[in-house]
Ligand binder design. Sequence first.
Ligand code: ASP
Length: 339
Amino acid sequence: MTSILIIYTGGTIGMINDPVKGDLVPFDFRQIRQNVPELGRLDYNLEVYSFDPILDSSNMTPDIWAQIAVLIRDSYGSYDGFVILHGSDTMAFTASALSFMLENLGKPVVLTGSQLPIGEIRTDAKENLITALEIAATKKPDGQPMVPEVCVYFDYQLLRGNRSIKYNSEKFEAFRSPNYPLLAEAGVTLSFFNNYILPQPKHELIVHLDYDPNIGVLKLYPGISELAVRAVTSSTVTAIVMETFGSGNTSTADWFINCLQEAIDAGKVIVDITQCQRGSVELGMYQTSRRLKEIGIVSGYDMTFEAATTKLMYLMGQQLNKSEVVRLMATELRGELTT
Ligand code: ASP
């Protein structure tokens, strides 16, 4: 029988109405079968691991990503797939981080949640949960898992985890994958788009638990002051994600380029990603990004902010020299970027 481990971290999905007080309270997900009797019709062995205390995902931390990764590592041999129930607010960060932490992942890790609590009549939680379980359980005719990667399932769509962003806080369609096609779509049937799904890895799972959270973010806007730029470039962070204009462009002012140059000379890695939701950084395409290339700014190509920050934390946490971090940041590791 197919076995799935449900890892419940928290979020809106796990709320029900307290019949006495009338407010929304988290329910004990270990009793999930009582609250979602439809699960009994799935012919799977389901086990639930619940975090204690459960979290609103705004309180998610890299330490908790590591706890989730350890849970998957320690039970990897006992389950066919994993479904992580998570608040939607930072789900794309957790999905991105886990994709880097779980190298050579050969089983589905599907994150889902909901916009309305599971106890509400119009809830999207039941559909999201039940289909996420089906996706985690689906095998190819040769017995291999259909989706051996970290992904996000929400509102009938399966997205690659490290390509997903939370795009809407009100609609059931809370997530999008602006630069990568869907992995699957749930309609009358579950349609998997195999050409876009990562292949089964050839090697054993390696779980990386080390990360360096000491990274900074520099989001540019016209008129940004030298003081504001220096607050990041001269700070004690070890690496910076710089959100730039269009295809990776920035001001060409000498003071601005000097700030970046000084940070690089001090050993910092600076990764350029675009503020545009779609499209990619192309260093050197315009004069406004040529200098960036010359001084050693790294192209983040079409990575999401979530993927860029978590990948940088992951790489900076490995015992790598700076040139390796620079090389790997601009290299596709888990399907997170297109060069
Ligand atoms: N604030 C909630 C969370 O991210 C929202 C949700 O679950 O959708 O934990």
